[in-house]
Ligand binder design. Sequence first.
Ligand code: SAM
Ligand code: DTB
Ligand code: SF4
Length: 345
Amino acid sequence: MTTITLVPVSSLRPAPARTEAPKFHQRWPVLDVQALYALPFMDLLFRAQQVHREHFDANEVQLSTLLSIKTGGCAEDCGYCPQAASADSGIEASKLMPLAEVMEAAQAAKDQGATRFCMGAAWRSPKERDMERVTEMVREVRSLGLETCMTLGMLEAEQAQALKDAGLDYYNHNLDSAPEFYDKIISTRTYQDRLDTLGHVREAGINVCCGGIVGMGESRLERAGLIAQLANLNPYPESVPINNLVAVAGTPLANTEPLDPFEFVRTIAVARITMPRTMVRLSAGREQMDEALQALCFAAGANSIFYGDKLLTTSNPQADRDRQLFERLGLSVQGQRPAPLQPTA
Ligand code: SAM
Ligand code: DTB
Ligand code: SF4
């Protein structure tokens, strides 16, 4: 089994002289990540653009569409989440969606131009009886020619293997915050639980999609701590969703002061620099951003978004508006062929 352990963050004091080999290799000590955050904004963006262009077509964006296959009534107490049973968000708990409805949504996502279909369930972890149904969903959605992603909570090694055998391409499981901030937000599962699930997913050979949320009232050092945790995973995730908190009424974080938008852009840039080859996904919170801010996020190295009018329970920009935005920015969509050339008169 791949065991991922919590990498201790560097303290603010200078490191004492070493007398023995370091236990962990930290590619990115937290203080180095914090130093990136502290760069003048233009210098940070320039560095992020350089790194981005070394590894990607900077004018291309990847589109994933989300579907909530099991909504609400979740036993976990994640303070940001409207689907926690403990939240007073008015979301009704539903049962696992029938396959036919999932397929309808997947086909619609494909028709709109998405290349990946992500299915999310408000579970602490899937039960054995659920596994048969979700693996069938993976097989069927794949048969449409879409990449598949699931986020179902914690997984055991055998469950990760069953998803891999069904052909799952990505598993999303977020670290959510720096370890130092984590306990302020969630009490029903530990940081190590999350790292263990990530280890099982990695071991099964599924691509790892793992990121977090900013704007939950954390400090800059704690934001740097989250990015350092992600960047120090070995290897770092193939996909890193950066969510800006959607402050939903009835959740414990409903009245959180919004994050300075430039600090959000900085987070994207720092993720890009520290994880050069990952897909940095500009995730929740896009609906609350204007288009100039989204453009800055793309300039800072974001190259993937959730596309479609809904995230899991909250809204996302209309697909039409996104298409107009791509057009205005000259962004092309990964996996879509350019329109065929028309004969000239
Ligand atoms: N229940 C599963 C789990 O927690 O792993 C999967 C679904 S859960 C909703 C997936 C992710 O959505 C969370 O880890 C969190 O990062 C993000 N999320 C949930 N509510 C959010 C909110 N209000 N604002 C931003 N991101 C949110
Ligand atoms: C991720 O990091 N963000 C997505 C996806 N992974 C599953 C979820 C965002 C959820 C936002 C709140 C909601 O719509 O319920
Ligand atoms: Fe449940 Fe996931 Fe929401 Fe936490 S984030 S309450 S585990 S649905």
